[in-house]
Design a protein around this ligand. Structure first.
Ligand SMILES: Cc1cc2nc3c(=O)[nH]c(=O)nc-3n(C[C@H](O)[C@H](O)[C@H](O)COP(=O)(O)O)c2cc1C
Length: 199
């Protein structure tokens, strides 16, 4: 295996979601390094429909938490008790303290006028998440239940859309990485459902 692949595989294997952070502040330079990688992602017609807001102001973080929790409270009222308990087991409730407690938030915003804006922006988010791991930092891909409430709170024009808000910092979350399906279960050869591993 060539060296670069080994490094990427190690990063991908090690990366896991973090919802609790220490108070140590990552430098803005590190965050910009991460976004420097994100801006190289491919996009439909190369429109680069991503925008990023880097937030370290506690008042803005509180505003984002308040707006997000408004949407979460609404959402949690619509789901069954079973689903609510399943979310709780994963560490999710309507409360989002990580939005205030993480030292930095990065809001990732898409330009809905661009072709294929969602897959394009989510590719850049994939780049960001792996780069955050490479920078020795951690994050959670928080997708607000009602992103429009957050968009309005941040006074973002309505043809832009909030895709995710990434709380970023140093992990204080001891939980282990969740297991993944093996390639043997996932990869077919030449036709649907013909497992490559079985040949
Ligand atoms: C598209 C997407 C949306 C997600 N939305 C949320 C979210 O709103 N809140 C949250 O706490 N985690 C969210 N996650 C994190 C997942 O729960 C997490 O990645 C998954 O359980 C696998 O765990 P791992 O990242 O530790 O490997 C999201 C992840 C993805 C990729």
């Amino acid at each position: 295996m060539v060296q670069i692949n080994k490094m990427l595989i190690e990063l991908a294997e090690k990366r896991k979601t973090t919802r609790k952070f220490t108070q140590e502040k990552p430098s803005l330079k590190k965050i910009l390094d991460v976004l420097e990688i994100a801006r190289h992602a491919p996009s439909g017609s190369n429109k680069q429909p991503w925008r990023f807001i880097v937030i370290n102001d506690s008042k803005v973080k509180a505003l984002i938490r308040e707006a997000s929790e408004k949407g979460e409270k609404k959402f949690y009222k619509t789901i069954s008790k079973k689903r609510r308990l399943a979310y709780k087991a994963m560490g999710n409730t309507w409360q989002k303290p990580m939005l205030e407690k993480a030292p930095i938030l990065v809001a990732v915003i898409s330009d809905t006028k661009a072709p294929n804006y969602r897959p394009s922006v989510w590719l850049s988010i994939g780049y960001i998440i792996l780069s955050i791991e490479a920078a020795g930092l951690s994050t959670v891909t928080y997708t607000p239940s009602d992103p429009d409430i957050v968009r309005k709170a941040l006074e973002i024009p309505d043809f832009f859309q909030i895709e995710t808000i990434l709380p970023i910092g140093f992990s204080a979350d001891p939980k282990r990485k969740k297991p993944r399906k093996s390639l043997n279960e996932l990869v077919f050869k030449n036709q649907w459902n013909k497992l490559l591993a079985k040949q």
